[in-house]
Ligand binder design. Structure first.
Ligand code: SF4
Length: 396
């Protein structure tokens, strides 16, 4: 990329750049929130969430004062909920150590929970006007194509590209330069079918010269593992049994209890005496898929109406029939059995989860009979929200 191409890039951006709500008033707080939201999220999905977030938590202080459940609820639908938990922790940290302001130096920014190299650079360039280039997937793809590098194994190439960008970034418009490159990757130098004729960098692009745009970067072959789970929508006295995960993926969110499909029979024999309708009345709801980075879980929801007074957890205060089994124990034990017997293909853990594993009930999880009328107050992954919305009105 030459100096005149940098200027052409900025011209292209001022003519074709898309304006987003966070870009109109790029305060450090707004840039921080938007950059965290945009990680792992498509831009269109982030726009409404960002606007709503700013109404709910317009400042670091407002976010620091919010409880975790409210923050997770505002994040609902964006996935990777640890980002929301870290934003709240970050706000509490900023309030305590930085007078509720984001610092304007790289090292201090990295101390904020959830802030890494990319976010720190974005805040410094977009909000503070400092000449820090950013490297996201779009910028990396442009670099790889400009240099026609078939191999891009990671750190070494990233450092080389970063060094080149540091020499090119204009000190009077670092934010516009970063946004221009990222948007060029989204709009023109797309993964498939880049529009080279419209590209302000085409003169120095080796990939275009060699006609290698389809080969570089090499298409990813990702093997997605699959897992099947049965979800149990257990309804009793106008309430549904939900569990709030204490750790792992989905920490702090509410889930419908589930079991690996292979152990259904055992559980049904436990459940049968508690069901308040004939077996034919079991409602089988639409199957859904919960997608993760490298695996997907098929969710098969069934709905059962339980006898009045059925308890779910040892601490359930509404125990009216103490002989009834503790259902939460069954979910824990069922998952543990599968994990111990090696029945899970992906390292399922009974007590929590690591990235890439199906999460099963853990000892610290909360269990609650949630009123059906209050479901909207409970943050839950969007696929579970869809299932909960499928509950027919006759149960409400
Ligand atoms: S010329 Fe084509 S391949 Fe090269 S950077 Fe521009 S859009 Fe990407």
């Amino acid at each position: 990329m030459t100096a005149s191409e940098v200027s052409g890039l900025l011209d292209w951006f001022s003519e074709w750049g898309i304006s987003y709500p966070w870009g109109d008033n790029p305060t450090p707080y707004r840039v921080w929130i938007s950059e965290i939201m945009l990680q792992q999220t498509v831009v269109t999905a982030a726009i409404d969430h960002f606007k709503r977030w700013m109404e709910l938590f317009p400042s670091v202080d407002a976010l620091a004062a919010a409880d975790e459940q409210t923050v997770l609820k505002a994040w609902e639908g964006l996935g990777y909920y640890s980002r929301a938990r870290n934003l709240r922790k970050g706000a509490i940290y900023l309030k305590e150590y930085h007078g509720s302001l984001l610092p304007d130096d790289y090292k201090s920014l990295l101390k904020i929970p959830g802030v890494g190299d990319y976010t720190a650079r974005a805040v410094l360039s977009l909000a503070f006007g400092k000449a820090y280039p950013v490297l996201d997937a779009n910028v990396r793809r442009i670099g790889q194509r400009l240099w026609a590098r078939a191999e891009w194994s990671g750190k070494t190439e990233d450092e080389e590209l970063m060094k080149a960008l540091e020499e090119l970034i204009p000190h009077d418009q670092p934010g516009a330069f970063n946004c221009a490159l990222m948007q060029l990757g989204q709009q023109v130098c797309r993964v498939r079918s880049p529009e080279c004729s419209l590209c302000p960098l085409k003169e120095s692009c080796r990939c275009r010269e060699l006609g290698l745009q389809a080969e570089i970067p090499a298409p990813k072959k990702r093997k997605v593992k699959e897992k099947s789970s049965n979800l149990y929508l257990l309804i009793r006295d106008g309430r549904i049994l939900l569990t709030r995960r204490a750790s792992g993926i989905g920490q702090g969110l509410w889930f419908i209890p589930s079991l690996p499909a292979e152990i259904e029979e055992d559980f049904l024999s436990t459940l049968e005496p508690l069901i308040d309708h004939s077996p034919e009345e079991v409602l089988v709801l639409e199957e859904r898929f919960h997608l993760y980075t490298t695996w997907k879980e098929k969710l098969s929801p069934r709905m059962y109406r339980l006898k009045s007074g059925t308890r779910a957890v040892s601490s359930d205060l509404e125990i009216s029939k103490p002989d009834f089994p503790d259902l939460s124990e069954h979910f824990r034990a069922g998952s543990a059995a599968v994990a111990v017997s090696g029945g899970s293909a992906d390292g399922t853990s009974a007590a929590g989860a690591t990235e890439g594993s199906v999460v099963r009930p853990g000892e610290q999880d909360l269990w609650e009979w949630v009123p059906l009328s209050a479901l909207d107050d409970y943050p839950t992954p969007s696929v579970y929200r869809k299932i909960l919305k499928d509950i027919p009105s006759l149960f409400l």
